[in-house]
Design a protein around this ligand. Structure first.
Ligand code: TXA
Ligand code: MG
Length: 339
């Protein structure tokens, strides 16, 4: 199949792909999504095939506004509207009970569905034009780092999907925050662009699912099925070193060798001569780190590094999301340096 590339002026032909059951990669503020008509089970099956995604990992539905929630969801709590008023369109997915019209292949048979209204205006225009809720996981091959440019999408999906809308690089860079509103108190299932602190500000108590901060043991079932899989992983194994940035940089400089890849904060680059270095932003700029972390993880696959060492921000603000992606890329292989 030839994968067509669209520019933002081409909303109509892009929407047409969705209407006729095809696969279209869409830009969002978080990462690129691999979209299909969320009411068409055959189209949705093709998403799983293109990504090599396990069938028990449900997809989220993208809508252009909170007005669409009542089409697909029931027993919607007030907290849903409190959150959508504050954070939509934006990097927040809410888990709600769904109506029977949502195909099982979207939800992996769960009684709930993730709903998200992306901030990228081109994608909202495509969804409006298609007049369908768009089921879309991140547009990477399953297990690989999520794509934050149209180029990344083509690296994984060229020839496997009908089209990609190039909406430029993603402004947030890590996937949406997922909060489950079907439980009390609401539960954070995946940290992302909307921070835990922001959610607690609006909702009061919010629990954090254990899968956010540690590896699930074989018997355990995280509430977001996707959190149990190895994820975001470059070919070479990753070790994350946590602690004071000066100290972690010095530690990695000693522990790494010429064949190593390094993910570091900008200011420490000079400590790593002869290594393959990817900088992700300065130590105090977690928003920049979020924008660059997936690009950095992807970059090593076109090199010959045998091992990757990474610095990591503290678990605060959007740093919690960056740390979560790095920890998962490392299979939770983390070295904690004491103060
Ligand atoms: O930012 C994002 O959310 C991106 C863009 C494209 O919108 N999408 C994305 O989708 O990250 P995906 O499929 O890569 O991640 C969705 C996560 C998975 O971990 C999945 O298990 C979880 O959401 N999920 C989906 N439906 C769920 C449900 N009903 N209950 C619990 N978790 C759910
Ligand atoms: Mg994903």
């Amino acid at each position: 199949m030839k994968t067509q590339c669209f520019t933002p002026a081409e909303i109509a032909p892009a929407a047409e792909i969705l209407r006729r059951g095809g696969l279209l990669a869409i830009p969002t503020e978080t990462v690129y999504g691999l979209g299909a008509d969320g009411l068409d089970p055959v189209a949705v099956t093709h998403i799983f095939e293109a990504k090599g995604r396990p069938q028990d990992n449900p997809l989220i539905l993208h809508v252009p506004s909170a007005d669409w929630l009542t089409r697909y969801c029931e027993d919607i709590p007030d907290t849903a509207y409190v959150l959508t008023r504050r954070f939509w369109p934006g990097p927040l997915t809410i888990i709600l009970k769904h109506k029977p019209l949502i195909p099982d292949v979207v939800t992996a048979g769960l009684p709930t569905v993730g709903m998200r209204c992306p901030a990228h205006p081109v994608t909202r225009a495509i969804i409006e034009r298609a007049d369908r809720p768009v089921a879309a996981p991140s547009a990477n091959t399953s297990g690989k780092p999520s794509p934050t440019t149209a180029r990344h999408v083509l690296d994984d999906m060229d020839g496997k999907i009908d089209g990609v809308m190039d909406g430029g690089p993603c402004s947030v860079g890590v996937e949406s925050t997922i909060v489950d509103l079907t439980v009390t108190p609401p539960r954070l299932l995946r940290p992302g662009g909307v921070t835990l602190e922001q959610l607690r500000d609006v909702l009061g108590a919010v629990e954090v699912d254990p899968a956010v901060t540690r590896l699930m043991s074989p018997g355990e079932k995280p509430r977001a099925p996707g959190m149990k899989y190895r994820h975001y992983a470059p070919n070479a194994p990753v070790t994350v070193v946590k602690g004071d940035p000066e100290e972690t940089a010095r530690y990695i400089a000693c522990a790494s060798d010429q064949g190593s890849g390094i993910i570091c904060f900008d200011e420490f680059q000079p400590l790593f001569p002869g290594r393959v270095v990817e900088t992700i932003g300065s130590a105090d700029d977690e928003a920049a780190q979020a924008r660059h972390v997936f690009d950095a993880l992807r970059a090593f696959d076109s090199t010959h590094v045998k091992q990757i060492w990474s610095q990591c921000p503290p678990d605060e603000g959007i740093g919690l999301a960056v740390a979560n992606r790095l920890n998962k890329a490392a299979g939770f292989h983390i070295i904690h340096l004491k103060k």
